[in-house]
Design a protein around this ligand. Structure first.
Ligand code: SF4
Ligand code: SF4
Length: 108
């Protein structure tokens, strides 16, 4: 029997009702704050294409986490908390904000 089948009760199976276990759905980005950092992908960002957009800058709750130079936003990795707000609000057709895992500190 597969691992997935183990999570479904016979009653759920017969009723066609099943809530997938948490491991099967992407974890909300906000729960990963502190473990991730935002990276703006220029090829998807509206501001990089000379279209005005400052949504991520306006909505970022951490002062100084996004630098803007001549209208182009750039995440300051050392300040970004990884909250994911910029990712959630980015209006670009292909979300321009990538949330990547922060490098783990080496073991002592
Ligand atoms: S919200 Fe998205 S498209 Fe707009 S400036 Fe930020 S990264 Fe670029
Ligand atoms: S992840 Fe949060 S702190 Fe980091 S740049 Fe985006 S909104 Fe700001």
């Amino acid at each position: 029997m597969s691992a997935i089948a183990n999570t479904i009760s016979r009653r759920q199976w017969l009723a066609g009702v099943w809530n997938p276990p948490p491991t099967m759905s992407p974890e909300p980005v906000s729960q990963l704050a502190g473990q991730r950092v935002a990276v703006i992908q220029g090829r998807h960002c509206l501001a990089y294409r000379s279209l005005f957009c400052s949504t991520c800058v306006e909505r970022c709750p951490v002062e100084g986490a996004i630098d803007v130079h001549e209208g182009i936003p750039q995440v300051v990795a050392s300040v970004c908390t990884g909250c994911g707000v910029c990712h959630d609000v980015c209006p670009a057709p292909q979300n321009a904000v990538l949330m990547i895992a922060t490098p783990k500190a080496p073991n002592p």
